[in-house]
Design a protein around this ligand. Structure first.
Ligand SMILES: Cc1cc2nc3c(=O)[nH]c(=O)nc-3n(C[C@H](O)[C@H](O)[C@H](O)COP(=O)(O)OP(=O)(O)OC[C@H]3O[C@@H](n4cnc5c(N)ncnc54)[C@H](O)[C@@H]3O)c2cc1C
Length: 443
């Protein structure tokens, strides 16, 4: 469904023979890096194996939030929100960003504790988060079922944007600034010369360059694996739906323990079963078991582990390949997993109890996306030490729509060699080589 509604933009037919920087992957991580590098005057080329924004970046819920984030990545997330606020005006585009605020509503003692603890943190760092009792919730969310929730947390300067058009709009702005953007252009790999990146090999030809950014979303692990780099990354399947209702549930995205909703600019609502993502067992589940064990132990309630067709699909994918023939990226233009209808049914049932206006909701579209998650749920942004000249911006772990522009800013600073806008230390790939990685904030 997503590929029918995603905004399509004019792109370039062919990459040039040389560039200052090549960006691999046209999701929000790659497109924002392209935009900021083009704005800084560099000659940049973005290669996307499918269509711009076709994978996670168009399939997400559209929440742009800092509330609930791991303190380690808060400066990046808060900075990213600042970038979102100015993007449309700065580049003359319409991403659909609205500073609506976001509210979490809590029923169980565990949910209340999680968000009350986070409210304490918000107080310490001076963030505009407001605790709400049932009366406060009723005032903030007029459609909420009376006294159904015990506690809420509201952050007024969080927001939302439209995933089906935000990234294409940013790509359009990058092209206006001189960036070359090529769709249906899988990058097979990179070559080095004298120990430094020298070429990016695409299905449409070789691009000479000394710098490249891998922003491959769920494919980054496989891409780096071919270069002998072990980037720990697993996939989580998330199901989403669009519904229409008779009435209004407000402008603000709302999350409960077992549902979420967000008003869309097309008049519908994006809804999902919150805290239910499927982790299919794949060969990587075994290879990375030790690395992910602490995360699994702390977030087992939110992850449904399944043995399904994904195992055989991934077994049949190569782990090493040459760059002179079509390969795995050409064969997988757009990762388009099947939605799970029962997850949407659960979401709607839970939502109707909490916000009765959804009782008669009409389901119009369903889709799914593969979230790429690192072991500590924090992205990896920085140089790949094994391949000098190659940088990574990936592993956004379910919150890259909000923090993508911050990530794009950081990686473009690092590539240009200017003082980074955010401290890059928490995002270094080197952290995965250390033992005792702690699980980060929930996705
Ligand atoms: C169901 C769901 C709900 C979510 N909800 C939210 C939310 O509300 N808020 C939030 O902040 N985040 C959310 N996220 C997470 C967010 O969407 C992602 O973190 C973010 O979009 C990741 O962006 P990306 O650019 O890293 O990856 P992607 O958007 O996946 O883009 C990667 C791109 O790289 C391309 N590519 C890969 N390999 C190659 C190659 N070799 N050559 C050329 N191209 C290549 C792919 O085709 C793809 O287009 C959600 C995700 C999902 C799936």
């Amino acid at each position: 469904m997503i590929l029918d509604v995603i905004q399509r933009i004019e792109t370039d037919a062919q990459p040039p023979e040389a560039a200052d920087v090549v960006i691999i992957g046209g999701g929000i991580a790659g497109v924002t890096a392209t935009l900021f590098l083009a704005e800084a005057g560099l000659k940049v080329v973005l290669c996307e194996k499918g269509v711009v924004g076709g994978e996670q970046s168009s399939r997400n819920w559209g929440w742009v939030r800092q509330m609930g984030r791991d303190p380690v990545e808060l400066p990046l997330t808060m900075g990213s929100l600042d970038i979102w606020r100015g993007l449309d005006k700065r580049f003359g585009i319409d991403t659909g960003f609205r500073e609506t605020g976001i509210t979490y509503v809590c029923r169980t003692p565990r949910e209340v504790k999680e968000f009350a603890d986070w409210a304490d943190l918000a107080d310490r760092i001076g963030m505009a988060s407001e605790r709400l009792d049932p009366a406060g919730l009723a005032r903030k969310l007029p459609g909420i079922a009376k006294d159904y929730f015990k506690f809420g947390l509201h952050t007024s300067n969080d927001g939302r944007a439209e995933p089906w058009r935000a990234v294409p709009q940013m790509a359009m702005a990058a092209r206006k600034l001189g960036a070359v953007i090529v769709e249906n252009c899988a990058v097979r790999g990179v070559e080095t010369s004298a120990g430094h990146l020298s070429e990016v090999v695409t299905e449409k030809g070789v691009i000479r360059t000394e710098r490249a950014i891998l922003a491959g979303g769920a494919w980054s692990r496989m891409f780096l694996g071919n270069k002998g780099v072990n980037f720990p990354q697993l996939k989580l399947h998330g199901t989403v739906a669009r519904v229409e209702i008779d009435g209004d549930a407000g402008d603000m995205p709302v999350g409960g323990g077992d549902f979420s909703f967000r008003k869309r600019l097309d008049g519908g609502y994006t809804v999902a079963r919150r805290n239910w993502n499927v982790a299919s067992i794949t060969p990587d589940s075994f290879r990375l078991l030790n690395t992910y064990l602490p995360t699994l132990m702390s977030s087992w309630r939110e992850i449904q582990i399944r043995l399904n067709g994904e195992f055989m699909k991934e077994v049949s994918m190569p782990r090493k390949w040459g760059l002179d023939t079509p390969g795995v990226f050409e064969a997988n233009r757009t990762l388009d997993p099947q939605p799970m209808d029962n997850y949407n049914r659960h979401a709607l049932k839970n939502l109707a109890r909490a916000f009765p206006v959804f009782k008669t909701a009409k389901l119009t579209h369903t889709w799914a996306g593969m979230i790429d998650a690192t072991p500590d749920a924090i992205p990896a942004i920085g140089p790949v030490s094994e391949v000098p000249g190659l940088f990574l911006s990936s592993g956004y772990s379910g919150h890259g729509f909000g923090s993508g522009p911050g990530g794009g800013q950081l990686v473009s600073d690092l590539v240009r060699g200017v003082t980074p806008t955010f401290d890059p230390a928490p995002f270094s790939l080197e952290r995965f080589k250390k033992k005792g990685l702690r699980p980060g904030g929930a996705a």
